[in-house]
Design a protein around this ligand. Structure first.
Ligand SMILES: [Fe+2]
Length: 343
């Protein structure tokens, strides 16, 4: 879609000349002969950039720029000024006006000025996005630390699940966004255990019925915690369903087959395998081969049979390789907007 430029110029002839020139360059142009008229246009139309005269009767270009900056953070304002107004405009630049052009305008330079200012706004928007992502990660890290303090086993378990999940992601050739979603879900899948009483979480003997019911709440609690963050709604859903079974007898919703989110089906396999090959408070670890046999035996009932095949393939592939650290699969795999250093 063509870039939409709002020109505000009280000199009718000059304004029309600017409009023609800009249209000639392929821009969509709105023209207003006053600042207040210009503000009305911004309210009712999509405007990408404003080019406004400084000296106008009524509301001046600088007053208009202040209003636009206050209301529309993403619209750059370029002032058009005579040499005598230059000090005024330099003051406006300090207030946040994007740029200025000195009259007489050299028409050929206008597209350069427009592109330069739009690019600056794009970079600004990206920086804001990255800052948001950084805060989000710090919050998630804090959340994991909280669970770690309560139950060190679960935190170590989650990191090992991430490692295997990323290998599955490679095998399935997932795109970076999907891979990133899977990584977050793997990290956070058991975060709901933060809401489980310690005596259930650390119990060495088998659980009583009521304790089992409490333990089975952890996917719901986890998805509620993560669901508080709007950007993570998909991760919340994956977490909610990581204990569903392929045959529909799992929890919390008894979803069956393809109705279970794909990444939940995938995590269910990794989660089960990883739990089997690790020591738990209530039992010793089992050997890799017998864990694998257990997974294979449950393909089609507990697990998605197609994904079990992929999982076995992945394990075979990496079996003899040295274990990379979980950190290797950290934030560097995030899409650009999310990529920050997780030191
Ligand atoms: Fe779990």
């Amino acid at each position: 879609m063509a870039i939409s430029v709002l020109v505000i110029e009280d000199d009718i002839q000059y304004g029309q000349m600017l409009r023609e020139a800009l249209e000639h360059f392929g821009y969509r142009v709105h023209l207003s002969f006053s600042a207040t008229g210009g503000l009305d246009i911004i309210r009712q139309n999509k405007v990408d950039i404003v080019i406004s005269d400084v000296n106008m009767p009524g509301v001046s270009g600088i007053e208009l720029a202040k209003k636009v900056m206050a209301m529309y953070l993403d619209i750059p304002v370029v002032l058009v000024t005579g040499v005598h107004d230059l000090s005024l405009v330099k003051h406006a630049l300090k207030l946040g006006v994007s740029d200025y052009i000195v009259k007489p305008i050299k028409i050929d330079e206008i597209p350069v000025v427009i592109e330069r200012n739009l690019e600056r706004k794009r970079l600004e928007a990206r920086r804001i996005q990255e800052n948001k992502a950084e805060i989000l990660f710090k919050a998630l890290k804090a959340l994991m630390r909280a669970l770690d303090a309560k139950d060190p086993y679960t935190s170590g378990h989650s990191q090992r699940v991430v490692r295997l999940a990323m290998r599955m992601a490679e095998e399935l050739q997932l795109d970076p966004d999907k891979k990133f979603t899977l990584m977050l879900a793997a990290y956070l899948h058991d975060i709901g255990k933060i809401g489980m009483p310690d005596h259930i979480l650390h119990k060495a003997s088998s659980l009583e019925d009521y304790e089992l019911r409490r333990a089975k709440d952890h996917p719901i609690i986890g998805s509620q915690i993560i669901g508080e963050i709007e950007e993570l709604s998909e991760v919340a859903s994956i977490v909610r369903h990581h204990h569903e079974r392929y045959d529909g007898t799992g929890y919390p919703d008894g979803l069956k087959g393809e109705a279970i989110p794909f990444f939940s089906r995938l995590l269910a396999i990794i989660d089960a395998y990883e739990a089997l090959v690790s020591d738990r408070v209530y039992r010793k670890a089992v050997e890799h081969e017998s864990a694998l046999q257990e997974i294979r035996k449950n393909a089609g009932s507990q697990f998605d049979p197609h994904l079990v095949e992929v999982f076995i393939r992945v394990l075979k592939k990496y079996r003899d390789q040295t274990e990379p650290s979980a950190r290797e699969f950290s934030i560097r795999q995030a899409p650009v907007s999310f990529r920050i250093d997780r030191s």
